[in-house]
Design a protein around this ligand. Structure first.
Ligand SMILES: CCCCCCCCCCC/C=C/C(=O)SCCNC(=O)CCNC(=O)[C@H](O)C(C)(C)COP(=O)(O)OP(=O)(O)OC[C@H]1O[C@@H](n2cnc3c(N)ncnc32)[C@H](O)[C@@H]1OP(=O)(O)O
Length: 393
């Protein structure tokens, strides 16, 4: 039981709303009667929550938090946290939304909600066999070099390979190393079922001492350096898109030389939904690749493309059936990697030099505009919504 409780506590601690029911002791006598539900029922429900087998998700945890606060302290009576204090602001909003609901009614709702969730303190689920366990998140980027190919693999499968700020730095370092190593081709791909879900939205919660403006400024520099590195990369750069791609992982595809995709892949740039604007030079490369109105459909309206659609629009070079994707793609890349490296490098240089300056200028402008966007209400609200309720695209 203690082991299970410990495991659960740990699991919840990793969640966004860190143990929303972890609140001070009730300070009420167990068994004292309330309208409809006894204090003991309520206390029991509070204990039961800690024994849930399944994480009920942030939405339910938020509801539990709000009801607990209402049941024990009454209507919300603390000042509203600042806009950028995403987590506390979300919790405050949930509590405040309960208005003047009585303590008794809140207790009843809390007890009802807990009893509707599946609980089991007796039969903890056994550990998954080793082969089924999720891989550790320790090594978020794995770089290997073999057969003339340097592969940079995004390796956060449980987070759909979302890019942390550290990963942007690590990718830049890996690209710089790959530009000088023995390999002839460099590949970016992902582990697990996703290629990449874009920028890790929790990057926005790491406030520095300089506040939001400083965070946005450093985000601008990080983004600009990351994309500059892709613009300047001297060798053939190939994206092996092993599953759905979102946000910046899609926009930068316009800077790759070749893009191979499984037929399971989708391509989604939901910038307007997120109160943001395009990056990765896509405001320039996408209209050039697919025409301005198709580009607008993606970049303004967030139209999600299938792999076949992305291929028809020229963003993807070729689509492969998922069952044979890895085998076919790597066989082809191995063959290409045997071509004379200097010839490939020089050919790429001629192509890229046509527009290198333009790309750097576009990148600087997009990054600077995004810095302002990150400080806008539209963007902050969208991110707060994802972080609090894990809103899906
Ligand atoms: C000012 C500071 C900035 C610093 C850094 C600047 C660097 C440059 C930034 C450039 C701008 C980039 C823009 C973009 O990339 S916009 C796109 C952002 N991405 C998203 O909006 C995707 C959000 N995710 C989702 O909608 C869904 O998770 C998704 C559709 C991708 C998958 O849904 P599914 O139901 O299949 O899976 P889950 O939602 O259960 O996901 C599993 C866990 O992974 C977490 N996850 C997934 N994507 C992200 C993400 N982008 N950021 C953070 N976390 C992510 C998800 O929350 C789940 O976690 P838990 O298991 O803990 O719940």
């Amino acid at each position: 039981m203690a082991v299970l409780a410990g495991r659960l506590a740990r699991r919840w601690c990793f969640g966004l709303l860190r143990s929303p029911t972890q609140v001070p002791a009730l300070g009420l006598h167990a068994g004292s009667p309330t309208m409809g539900t006894s204090q003991k029922d309520f206390n029991d429900a509070v204990s039961q929550v800690k024994l849930l087998n399944e994480d009920p998700g942030n939405e339910v945890k938020l509801e539990l938090y709000a009801l607990y606060k209402q049941a024990t302290e009454g209507p919300c009576n603390v000042p509203k946290p600042g806009m950028l204090d995403f987590i506390n602001k979300t919790k405050w909003d949930a509590w405040n939304a309960l208005g003047s609901l009585s303590k008794e009614a809140a207790r009843q709702k809390y007890v009802d909600l807990v009893s509707s969730l599946s609980t089991s303190s007796e039969s903890p689920s056994p550990e998954a066999p080793a082969a089924d366990r999720k891989p550790p998140e320790g090594n978020s980027l794995v770089v290997t070099s073999e057969d003339g190919i340097t592969t940079i693999r995004l390796n956060r499968p449980t987070k759909k390979n979302a890019l942390t700020t550290q990963m942007y730095h690590d990718i830049v370092a890996a690209l710089q190393a790959a530009s000088k190593d023995e390999s002839t081709i460099t590949v970016l791909t992902g582990s697990g079922d996703y290629y990449c879900s874009g920028n890790d939205l929790t990057n926005f919660t790491h406030l520095s001492a300089g506040g939001p403006e400083e965070m946005a400024r450093s985000g601008e520099v990080l983004l600009r350096d990351f994309v500059d590195c892709l613009i300047d990369f001297p060798k053939p750069l190939v994206a092996v898109v092993n599953g759905p791609a979102v946000g910046i992982s899609v926009t930068i595809l316009g800077l790759f030389d070749v893009v191979y995709a499984t037929d399971r892949a989708t391509f989604h740039t939901p910038f307007s939904h997120l109160g943001q604007s395009p990056e990765g030079c896509s405001s320039y490369t996408f209209p050039k690749i697919m025409g301005s109105s198709k580009a607008a459909e993606m970049l303004l309206f967030g139209k999600k493309l299938t792999a076949q659609e992305a291929c028809a629009r020229g963003l993807v070079t070729e689509v492969f059936p998922d069952g044979t994707f890895q085998k076919e793609v790597w066989a082809r890349l191995k063959a290409y990697s045997k071509l004379p490296p200097n010839a490939m490098r020089i050919s790429k240089q001629i192509i890229r030099n046509q527009e290198k300056e333009k790309l750097h200028a576009v990148n600087a402008e997009e990054s600077s505009i995004l810095r302002e966007r990150w400080l806008s209400d539209e963007c902050m609200n969208a991110i707060a919504s994802f972080l609090s309720r894990k809103a899906k695209l």
